[in-house]
Design a protein around this ligand. Structure first.
Ligand code: HEM
Length: 131
């Protein structure tokens, strides 16, 4: 890849803007928001965003902040307490698609690559067949 890692192409500032837009959308989508701790205490959205920022930093080829702060992500295991249904995975990805479209700092090709990578992870997180 001539233009480097997705992290190099996006950068920490645009990544943070993307995730702010993403969790704002998640928070206003009740059937998805209800599984997040922020739905019970809205101050917890900030923690959720920080963890996701740390994870994505490493996932996109940048500094492995999640590993440094919290250890091995074991993402599927960490999602087991939450009912990730196919509908919720689909809605998670729709929120991400909308957040990408609202983040012009991320060019279209980069956004498409990021979306494809996240679709695979989201499918892997499905752990429940009913809401
Ligand atoms: C944590 C839901 C997909 C990465 C969480 C939490 C929930 C959740 C409820 C707990 C938040 C908290 O404790 O503050 C979902 C749902 C998904 C999904 C419904 C739909 C498929 C993904 C994907 C990724 C991801 C695709 C990665 C690209 C993370 C990370 C954490 C997390 C890094 C923090 C884990 C921890 O340290 O506890 N997710 N998630 N999630 N999620 Fe997801």
């Amino acid at each position: 890849e001539l233009r480097g890692t997705l992290y190099d192409r996006i950068g920490p500032e645009a990544l943070r803007s993307l995730l702010e837009r993403f969790y704002a959308r998640v928070a206003e989508t009740p059937e998805l928001a209800e599984v997040f701790p922020g739905s019970r205490d809205s101050s917890l959205w900030a923690t959720t965003l920080e963890k996701q920022f740390a994870f994505m930093s490493g996932f996109l080829g940048g500094p492995p902040l999640y590993h440094q702060r919290y250890g091995n992500p074991m993402l599927r295991a960490r999602h087991l307490p939450f009912a990730v249904t196919p509908d919720r995975a689909h809605t998670w990805l729709a929120c991400m698609q909308a957040a990408l479209q609202a983040t012009p700092e991320i060019d279209h090709d980069t956004a498409a690559e990021l979306y494809m990578a996240l679709s695979r992870v989201a499918q892997h997180m499905v752990n429940s067949s009913e809401s």
